[in-house]
Ligand binder design. Structure first.
Ligand code: ZN
Length: 323
C-alpha cells in the first residue's frame, strides 16, 4: 500500500494532498537503477577480496600440497646426504687406500656451483627461498654422485689390475735378511756418518758383505742405472708403475740395464761401498708418487708380525747411518 503524502499550505492553513506525477516516478526509477548499478560494481570488485572462487580454493590447496611435497623432498635429501656421506667415507678411507689411489678432497667432492646465479629464474616465485634451496641441494647431490661414480670407475679399473698391482708393489727387503741382523738404520733423523750431524735419513740401510745379492722388491722396469763418486755411488732405480719407485744405492756392481723388465726377487746388483758410504751396505728408498716414504711399511711379503716388530725396533735405534 503506497503512502499518501501531504504538504502544509500556509495560505489556506490546511494540508494539501501531494499528487505523484510521471516526473516523480521517473526520478525514483533512475535513483533505483543508479544505486543498483553502484552496488553491482562494488560487489563485483570486492567479491574476490571477500570470498574465494572455487578455482582459487583449488589453487590454494594445490600450493599447500606442493609446499608439503617440497618439505618431504628435503627430508629425502637429508637421507640421501647421509647415505652419500657414508659411501664417500668408505671410498676415501677404504677403497682408495687399498688401491693406493689419490684422495679426492672434500672441496671437490662437496663443491657447489659458483659463478653465475643459476637460480635467478626462480627468484620471482612466491616460495622462492624453499624452491631455490631444494634446487641447490639437488644440484649438489647430482654433482657428488657424478664425482663418486667417477671414483668408483677408477677403483674398478684398479681392482681389475689388482694382481698386477700386488706384483708391482714393493713388498720385500732388498737383501736376504735372516734374523734381521742386517737391518742397520731406519728412516728419520740420524747422525750422518761423514758430517757427524743430525740429518734426515730418507731410506733404510742394510749391511752385508760386498758382493751380496740385491733384489728387486717388486715387478717393474729399470729406470736409472747411474754411477756417482759421492752421494748414492752406484745406484739403480726401478719404476714399478702404480706410482711406486724404489732406489738402491752404494752398489759394487750392476746386474741390470736401463729399460730392462724385472720381477720381484731378481738380482739387480751387488752390495758395495761406493759413493758417500762408510761400509758395505745397501741404502734403500721407496718413493710413492714422487715422495719418499718410510720403507718399513713395504716389507709385508717376507716378514711375520713378530719379525716386523723386531725390525721396527732395530730400525728405530737412533744410531748412526751408513748413509
Ligand atoms: Zn742410508
Amino acid at each position: 500500500m503506497s503512502k499518501v503524502k501531504y504538504r502544509y499550505n500556509p495560505e489556506t492553513l490546511s494540508y494539501d494532498k501531494i499528487e505523484k506525477d510521471y516526473k516523480y516516478y521517473t526520478s525514483q526509477a533512475l535513483i533505483y537503477f543508479l544505486f543498483s548499478g553502484i552496488l553491482l560494481v562494488i560487489s563485483y570488485f570486492s567479491y574476490p577480496y571477500l570470498f574465494e572462487s572455487p578455482k582459487e580454493k583449488r589453487q590454494a590447496r594445490e600450493i599447500n600440497e606442493l609446499l608439503s611435497q617440497y618439505e618431504v623432498m628435503n627430508k629425502n635429501l637429508d637421507q640421501l646426504d647421509k647415505v652419500l656421506n657414508d659411501i664417500q667415507q668408505r671410498d676415501e678411507n677404504i677403497y682408495r687406500v687399498i688401491f693406493a689411489a689419490d684422495s679426492i678432497p672434500n672441496s671437490i667432492r662437496r663443491a657447489g656451483f659458483g659463478g653465475v646465479n643459476r637460480y635467478k629464474y626462480l627468484e620471482s616465485m612466491d616460495n622462492a627461498a624453499l624452491v631455490i634451496k631444494t634446487a641447490k641441494r639437488l644440484d649438489v647431490a647430482m654433482k657428488q654422485l657424478y664425482v663418486q661414480s667417477t671414483s668408483f670407475d677408477e677403483i674398478i679399473s684398479l681392482a681389475k689390475r689388482k694382481d698386477e698391482m700386488l706384483r708391482c708393489t714393493p713388498s720385500i727387503m732388498p737383501i736376504s735378511n735372516k734374523d734381521l741382523k742386517r737391518t742397520a738404520s731406519g728412516w728419520g733423523y740420524r747422525i750422518h756418518p761423514i758430517y757427524k750431524t743430525r740429518r734426515f735419513h730418507w731410506g733404510m740401510d742394510f749391511t752385508a758383505s760386498t758382493g751380496t745379492d740385491i733384489y728387486a722388491t717388486g715387478d717393474g722396469v729399470i729406470k736409472k742405472v747411474t754411477t756417482q763418486l759421492s752421494g748414492y755411488g752406484k745406484r739403480v732405480e726401478i719404476d714399478h708403475g702404480f706410482g711406486y719407485t724404489t732406489l738402491y744405492a752404494h752398489m759394487s756392481k750392476f746386474n741390470v740395464k736401463v729399460g730392462q723388465k724385472v720381477r720381484r726377487g731378481d738380482v739387480i746388483g751387488f752390495v758395495g761401498n761406493t759413493g758417500s758410504s762408510t761400509g758395505p751396505h745397501v741404502h734403500y728408498e721407496v718413493h710413492v708418487k714422487g715422495k719418499k716414504v718410510n720403507p718399513q711399511h713395504y716389507y709385508f711379503n717376507d716378514l711375520s708380525a713378530e719379525e716386523y716388530d723386531e725390525m721396527i725396533q732395530i730400525a728405530s735405534n737412533s744410531n748412526q747411518t751408513f748413509d
